[in-house]
Design a protein around this ligand. Structure first.
Ligand SMILES: Nc1ncnc2c1ncn2[C@@H]1O[C@H](COP(=O)(O)OP(=O)(O)OP(=O)(O)O)[C@@H](O)[C@H]1O
Ligand SMILES: O=C(O)C1=C[C@@H](O)[C@@H](O)[C@H](O)C1
Ligand SMILES: [Mg+2]
Length: 184
């Protein structure tokens, strides 16, 4: 299953949020594989439909990108899938409302861990570690408020983190064991 076609209608098994380079895309792919679900990466959806994200920022500006992102996120959150959101998607009030009650997992990472990762990709709002640190400091309250669980990806293998998140999501959906009263 690709990262841009979402699969069946429903609610997500896991929604990954967090700062740029925290690992949302990589971890999302692995969690989806374990759960045998499609993965939807909203950055990839926007890029597939509208072109590379750095170009959208450069030619049309951030507000335009956010509008495209909001639509992609709203659609993704209506699917039975593992959904990886873009790092800034949670700033949108409509998205915040839609995430209420969903299995939202925050991925975090230290500045040191991210320093190496930022070298590998073009991220318009995180061109330097200092920019990343400032952006995370500003967003942290929103990330933490929306998260039902948190994993730090700084120093642990992606496979272990993904296995734990998949287990958490499965447990969360398991029907509660019957109480005395229910069994009667
Ligand atoms: N637990 C980890 N250990 C080591 N490297 C990791 C880990 N998680 C992610 N990475 C690396 O960090 C980089 C960024 O990961 P990824 O693209 O998944 O982040 P992201 O949160 O989706 O970022 P963005 O917000 O830019 O989409 C990749 O090179 C990935 O291999
Ligand atoms: O943190 C952000 O605001 C962004 C993160 C990326 O995932 C992309 O969605 C885009 O580069 C913006
Ligand atoms: Mg990503």
């Amino acid at each position: 299953m690709s990262e841009i076609d979402g699969g069946a209608s429903g609610t997500p098994a896991v929604v990954l949020i967090g700062p740029p380079a925290a690992g949302k895309s990589r971890v999302g792919r692995r969690v989806a594989r374990i759960l045998d679900l499609p993965v939807i990466d909203t950055d990839k959806v926007v890029a597939a439909e509208h072109g590379p994200i750095p170009e959208i920022f450069a030619f049309h500006g951030e507000p335009h990108f956010r509008a495209l992102e909001r639509a992609a996120v709203a659609d993704a959150l209506r699917h039975r899938a593992v959904v990886s959101l873009g790092g800034g998607a949670v700033l949108d009030p409509e998205t915040q409302q839609q995430l209420a009650g969903m299995p939202v997992v925050l991925l975090t990472a230290s500045a040191d861990a991210v320093a190496e990762r930022l070298e590998k990709g073009a991220r318009p709002l995180s061109a330097s570690v200092d920019a990343w640190v400032a952006l995370v400091a500003q967003r942290r309250p929103v990330y933490e408020r929306l998260a039902a669980a948190v994993w730090d990806t700084s120093a642990r293998p992606i496979d272990r983190i993904a296995a734990e998140i998949a287990e958490w999501a499965t447990d969360r959906e398991a029907p509660a064991s019957p109480t005395e009263g229910d069994r009667a």
